[in-house]
Design a protein around this ligand. Sequence first.
Ligand code: COA
Length: 213
Amino acid sequence: MNLGATPGWPVVLRDGAVLLRPYRRSDATAWSEVRCANHAWLAPWESSPPGRWDEMNSPAAFRWVHRDQRKQARSGESMPFAVCLVEAGRERLVGHLNLGNIVRRAFCSAYVGYWVDGRVAGRGVIPTAMALAVDHAFGPGGLHRIEVNIRPENGPSRRVVEKLGFREEAYHPRYMHIDGAWRDHIGYAMTSEEVIREGGLLARWHRLRAAAS
Ligand SMILES: CC(C)(COP(=O)(O)OP(=O)(O)OC[C@H]1O[C@@H](n2cnc3c(N)ncnc32)[C@H](O)[C@@H]1OP(=O)(O)O)[C@@H](O)C(=O)NCCC(=O)NCCS
C-alpha cells in the first residue's frame, strides 16, 4: 500500500518474532515506558535532549514525536519503524529503527538510526530489523544506498553493521552532537548490488545465524 510520497510506505515487515510497523498514537505509554526505563542505556548514543529525559520521553512528548515522524514520512524524508517483539501472541514495542534523510534522484540514499530496549539486547533484534528494513528499502522503497554512522566507542552497534557486512568507508571527526559534545563517527554503508546476488540482507543474516549456531 502506498498512500503518500514515499514509495514503499506505510508497510509492516516481519521475520519470526521481530515485527516492524509504523508508530500509532496508542504507542505513547509503551514508548514512554521503554524510553524512561532505558535512560542510562540510550543517553550515551543519542543527541542531547533539550530538556529532562523523563519530560522529553513522556507520553505527552510522544504526541510531538509522532506528529513529526508522520510529517517526515508523508513528505518522503523518512520511514520510521516501531520495532516490536511478538511472543506468545503478544506484541510489545522494544525499539526503534528509522530510515531517515531520504534523498532520491541520483542519490537514492538513506541514513539508518536504531536502538533497542537493553532488556532484550543481544538477541539479534536490531540486526533482524535492519535486514528487513534494508531489503525493503532496496526493493519497494526504491533506494540504492544505506548509510549508518556510529561512534567508535559503540562496540555493540559496530557489531550489528559489521555482522551484516556493511562496508566501513569513512571517519567523520566531530560529526554529531551526542550526549553533550561533538562526537567522531565511523561511516558504514551498503549499496543494493552488495546483497542482491545473495537474495537480500535477510537471507544473508539467516545464513550467518545458522552457521553460528
Ligand atoms: C546497538 C544495539 C541497537 C544492538 O542491538 P541488538 O539487538 O542488541 O543487537 P545484537 O543482538 O546483534 O547484539 C549486538 C552486540 O551487542 C553485544 N551485546 C550482547 N548482549 C548484550 C547486552 N546484554 N548488553 C550490551 N551489549 C550486548 C554483543 O557484542 C553483540 O554482538 P555479538 O553477540 O554478535 O558479538 C543495542 O546495543 C542498543 O540499543 N544500544 C544502545 C543504543 C545505540 O547504541 N544505538 C545505536 C547508535 S549508532
